[in-house]
Design a binder for this molecule. Structure first.
Ligand code: G3P
Length: 217
């Protein structure tokens, strides 16, 4: 799975979000891989029209619909077309108590869920919530311009994969080229998470294509 997190970059909002979804749709078909976009909430509906099987929310809250100003109950993203959510990103951490409640609610709605973890220890902790995916990202390498998790911490990828054999692991942080993808997959990861290298690229389509080609055996 190739997941592009739009975060809140201006370069990935509005019309650019729709373009990114189109590139992901095309690369997914060409390389026969799952591609997922995590757009900004305001773009979710439009992105879901382009990438109906791969529109995921960047976060949701376990609150009930109604008197919850500024919160995002998962029903709202589901109604907008999301089929999955990411939770506990290093830029949006949750307490384990809140995470447990949120995962349960998300699962009851039939949405897929990926929980991010910052370390091997946290990966083992969040595996207890039985998410569909665990995303391992060392926060200090997120948005790194000169290295990546695959280059700087390959041994930890393998440790996370071995520690949690029953849950597919996505890795991210500084991923920028086909070699990062190949190394991560070789170490047992099943998915790649990326943001800055795609979103801030002069030619995001070229980067998506390059990353997706790394899934080819
Ligand atoms: O969710 C993926 C993201 O945190 C990775 O960011 O900019 O290092 O690709 P980046």
């Amino acid at each position: 799975m190739l997941l592009v997190n739009h975060k809140t970059y201006k370069a990935s909002s509005g019309g650019e979000a729709v373009k990114l979804a189109g590139y992901l749709l095309e690369a997914g078909g060409k390389y026969n891989i799952r591609t997922v976009a995590c757009p900004q909430f305001a773009d979710l509906k439009e992105v879901a029209k382009i990438l109906p099987e791969g529109a995921w929310a960047q976060h949701v809250d376990f609150v009930e619909r109604g008197r919850a100003t500024g919160w995002t109950p998962p029903e709202i993203v589901k109604d907008a077309g999301a089929v999955g959510v990411i939770l506990n990103h290093s830029e949006h951490k949750l307490s384990y108590e809140d995470l447990g409640k949120t995962v349960e609610k998300v699962r009851n709605l039939g949405l897929e869920v990926l929980i991010f973890a910052d370390s091997l220890e946290e990966s083992i902790e969040v595996a207890k919530f039985k998410p569909n995916w665990i995303g391992y990202e060392p926060p200090e390498l997120v948005a790194s311009k000169d290295t990546s998790v695959a280059k700087a911490k390959p041994e930890i990828i393998e440790k996370v994969v071995n520690a949690i054999p029953n849950t597919p692991i996505l890795v991210g942080a500084g991923i920028k080229d086909v070699e990062d993808v190949r190394v991560s997959l070789k170490l047992g990861a099943k998915g790649i998470g990326v943001a800055s290298a795609v979103v801030l690229a002069l030619d995001p389509n070229e980067v998506i294509e390059n990353l997706a080609s790394g899934f080819r055996l």
